[in-house]
Design a protein around this ligand. Structure first.
Ligand SMILES: [Zn+2]
Length: 205
């Protein structure tokens, strides 16, 4: 029953991101929206639920493995296919979608820039209805639901804003060893150099 609490927070856009912007994202046109580019790859997420709507109490599992294009936040990217394991439930207001979404992300540690990768598994429970409440429920468009926005909201919300080695339970970020390294050569003599040069010059002659 976390449908209300979860969805309201999802629309607080996660634009923060690490200070150092990922170079790969700079290739994108700054003005273009992420959503418009993804319609082809995400089109499988439009699901006809006419069969569910025809009966007062029914459910249908939906299992999808789909490639994603351009899904990420800050310096993190979703690379591997998304795995959706969902159940659609007919309810009086519309259709409730619940289950899990699994994704694999890659990115850099915000501290030491080491390459990081991890999986996220997000639980969702969201209502699709004909007159959605902005920020809380999603649109049931005739007899079609489009899971794209739900998937984006859920996955992006679950990505770490500032991933670090330690936040993933890895060994701590490597300290800069050069800073603590004492100079062992301090005080070593310099006078003999002149003597050696003198000797060499004598040999050359
Ligand atoms: Zn690190």
């Amino acid at each position: 029953m976390d449908a209300d609490g979860g969805t309201s927070a999802r629309h607080a856009a996660r634009r923060v991101g690490p200070a150092s912007d990922a170079p790969s994202r700079s290739m994108q046109h700054p003005g273009s929206t992420e959503r418009s580019r993804s319609t082809t790859t995400m089109s499988a997420l439009r699901i006809d639920v006419a069969d569910l709507l025809a009966r007062s109490r029914s459910r249908r599992p939906v299992q999808l493995t789909m490639a994603v294009d351009d899904l990420g936040v800050g310096g993190l990217r979703i690379d591997a296919p998304l795995v959706l394991d969902l159940v659609l439930d007919r309810v009086p207001q519309g259709v409730v979608v619940h289950g899990t979404i699994r994704a694999h992300w890659e990115g850099e540690c915000s501290v030491c820039l080491r390459e990081l990768a991890s999986d996220v598994e997000v639980s969702v429970s969201d209502l699709f209805e004909h007159h959605p409440v902005e920020g809380e429920t999603y649109l049931l468009e005739g007899h079609v639901i489009d899971l794209e926005q739900l998937v984006r909201d859920a996955v992006l919300l679950d990505l770490p804003l500032v991933p670090t080695c330690e936040s993933l339970g890895l060994v701590p970020c490597e300290p800069d060893v050069a800073l603590v390294d004492d100079d062992p050569d301090t005080g070593s003599g310099d006078a003999p150099v002149d003597a050696r040069w003198a000797a060499l010059s004598e040999l050359d002659l």
